[in-house]
Design a protein around this ligand. Structure first.
Ligand SMILES: [Zn+2]
Length: 94
């Protein structure tokens, strides 16, 4: 679980985080997707199919923060599908 310090509320880091896209609070045990500008919930997270959208520049490596090349996105997509996942699955993770 990645918590992003700059999104802490006025009551401190233990508060629920809110989805950057839909502003709904995200329970601590729910899957999230750390988007470049903030955390989003599972229903707002991009899908694996969107990884292959060449026009989408917003994907970064979740561990390094570096932008993902098209080849890296394809590799992530292929790994997910090979593991039995669907293209339409959310990329949010617990
Ligand atoms: Zn959301």
């Amino acid at each position: 679980m990645v918590r992003q310090a700059h999104h802490e509320g006025p009551h401190g880091p233990d508060d629920l985080i809110n989805c950057l896209a839909c502003a709904q609070p995200i329970p601590g045990d729910a899957p999230t997707y750390p988007d470049v500008s903030g955390t989003v919930c599972a229903s707002c997270a991009p899908t694996y199919a969107e990884l292959l959208d060449a026009g989408n520049e917003s994907f970064v490596d979740l561990d390094t923060g570096e932008p993902l090349s098209m080849a890296m996105r394809r590799a992530i997509h292929e790994r997910h599908v090979a593991a039995g996942g669907l293209e339409t699955d959310s990329m949010a993770r617990p």
